[in-house]
Design a protein around this ligand. Structure first.
Ligand SMILES: [Cu+2]
Length: 141
């Protein structure tokens, strides 16, 4: 009986708690890509959080200007800093690594429905960042 109560308590605490997902900042991914977020695209529920973890040195994550749902404030990590962001607003939230953006180090978190997709499709990035960004948008559903 004691065990059953404990198990039930665990169930309740899990369902009441929003999830936290890890996004790693890496010099090299398992598939051999250099300077990447892993995963670079992630779909979560409203109220969930993402913990950005600098597994390697030299990375710095921040929200991408013009890449957030309207009305959402930008945010900024720091060099070699771990940062946890709670996502309360529906839509796609784009972020980048400041030192490696030109090398294609860009990512996005989709929170619920992609209500700002048209806005984000109009957002232009050049070079490797553009290639990576197109790959991210192709995964939005
Ligand atoms: Cu980086």
């Amino acid at each position: 009986m004691k065990h059953l109560v404990y198990a039930l308590a665990l169930c309740f605490s899990y369902s009441a708690m929003a999830a936290t997902y890890d996004v790693l900042m890496l010099n090299k991914s398992k598939s051999g890509e250099v300077m990447v977020f892993e995963p670079a695209y992630l779909k979560i529920a409203k109220g969930d959080s993402v913990k950005f973890i600098p597994k390697d040195k030299g990375h710095s994550v921040e929200s991408f200007k013009g890449g957030l749902p309207i009305g959402v404030a930008g945010w900024k990590g720091g060099l070699n800093k771990e940062i946890t962001i709670k996502f309360d607003q529906e839509g796609i939230h784009v972020f980048k690594c400041v030192p490696h953006f030109a090398m294609g180090m860009v990512g996005a978190v989709q929170v619920g429905a992609p209500k700002n997709l048209a806005q984000l499709k109009a957002l232009k990035m050049s070079g490797k960042a553009g290639v990576q960004y197109a790959k991210i948008l192709s995964q939005v559903k």
